[in-house]
Design a protein around this ligand. Structure first.
Ligand SMILES: NC(=O)c1ccc[n+]([C@@H]2O[C@H](COP(=O)([O-])OP(=O)(O)OC[C@H]3O[C@@H](n4cnc5c(N)ncnc54)[C@H](OP(=O)(O)O)[C@@H]3O)[C@@H](O)[C@H]2O)c1
Length: 273
């Protein structure tokens, strides 16, 4: 059986690191731990390899990937094409949130650029290396479900969006509403993270539709509230629990892909978006 290559973004800590750990324990896989910082990524790889049994440790390697840098994405693609030839499983886990009630135009743009634009850019750059029948799993969040948009008209626009251009327009409107300080009147929630994750969730749904002809399954997953840096180590779940559903989906039998593509998953169960 051919080795399955899995690429995981933002994997130097937290849920991403646990995703790599789980994948490495499956024979017949090769897991690429990627991180924006070469130093943090290599340190995480060394620690992980020292904790894994030798056969599993051999299945993991490191590559630099900053999902907000087009240069980094392009270099990673070149590396992956040469070293892996194909990416059977792509797990977009990298994510960012400001702490506390930080709020501002630049902050809103940064959050959207990482969670939505960064994830979409990686998908678009690597799509050509994902073989027919491959898998793309986006680690989204329940904080980014449609219900966060209280205004019915605005919510309907998010629900109907069927292209990346429409999502770009919606996220742009949000940033402009933050700038004008009329976001509440316009029906937006006071959550930069929520809107960025909503865009990532809706992008997953649109991408699933686009990649259907190639039987590439795409899913949005919420890992639950986990005990990671993003959650200031206050989440009740260990990161390993948050890693379970993304990996479970990524290795579902090929025959089942239509059951789960284009859907939102949490704790191995489908949920409404
Ligand atoms: N923890 C929760 O309760 C929770 C709940 C729902 C959803 N999620 C989602 O789960 C995913 C993982 O989060 P986590 O809880 O494991 O948080 P975490 O421990 O803070 O890890 C986030 C990872 O993303 C990386 N990252 C941030 N910006 C990046 C960029 N531009 N390029 C590449 N990597 C980047 C971080 O790298 P650095 O170490 O260099 O910063 C880190 O490795 C995120 O998408 C998050 O939104 C988490």
């Amino acid at each position: 059986m051919a080795t399955k290559n899995a690429v995981v973004t933002g994997a130097n800590q937290g849920i991403g690191l646990e995703i790599v750990r789980l994948i490495a324990q499956q024979p017949g896989t090769r897991a690429v731990l990627t991180a924006r910082s070469e130093e943090r990524g290599r340190a995480a790889l060394a620690k992980l390899q020292s904790e894994l049994p030798p056969a599993a440790a051999e299945r993991v390697s490191f590559a630099q990937l900053d999902i907000t840098s087009q240069d980094s994405i392009a270099s990673f693609r070149q590396w992956a094409e040469k070293e892996l030839r194909q990416v059977d499983v792509l797990i977009n886990n990298a994510g960012f949130a400001y702490k506390g009630d930080t709020w501002g135009v630049e902050e809103a743009q940064t959050t959207i650029n990482t969670n939505y634009v960064g994830t979409a850019s990686v998908c678009e750059a690597l799509e050509g290396l994902v073989p027919d029948g491959g898998r793309i799993i986006n680690v989204c969040s329940s904080a980014g479900k449609l219900g966060i948009i209280k205004d019915a008209g605005l919510r309907a626009r998010w629900e109907r969006a069927s292209s990346r251009a429409e999502l770009d327009e919606l996220t742009h409107e949000f940033v402009e509403a933050v700038r004008s300080n009329n976001y509440a009147q316009k029906g937006w929630p006071r959550s930069m993270y929520g809107v960025s994750k909503l865009a990532e969730c809706q992008y997953s749904r649109i991408l699933a539709q686009e990649l259907r002809p190639r039987r590439i399954a795409v899913a949005a997953v919420c890992p639950g509230w986990c005990n990671t840096a993003m959650a200031s180590f206050r989440g009740p779940r260990p990161a390993s629990e948050g890693a379970d559903t993304p990996v479970w989906l990524a290795f579902q039998p090929d025959s089942d892909w239509e059951r789960w593509t284009g859907k939102f998953w949490k704790d191995r169960k489908e949920e409404p978006f």
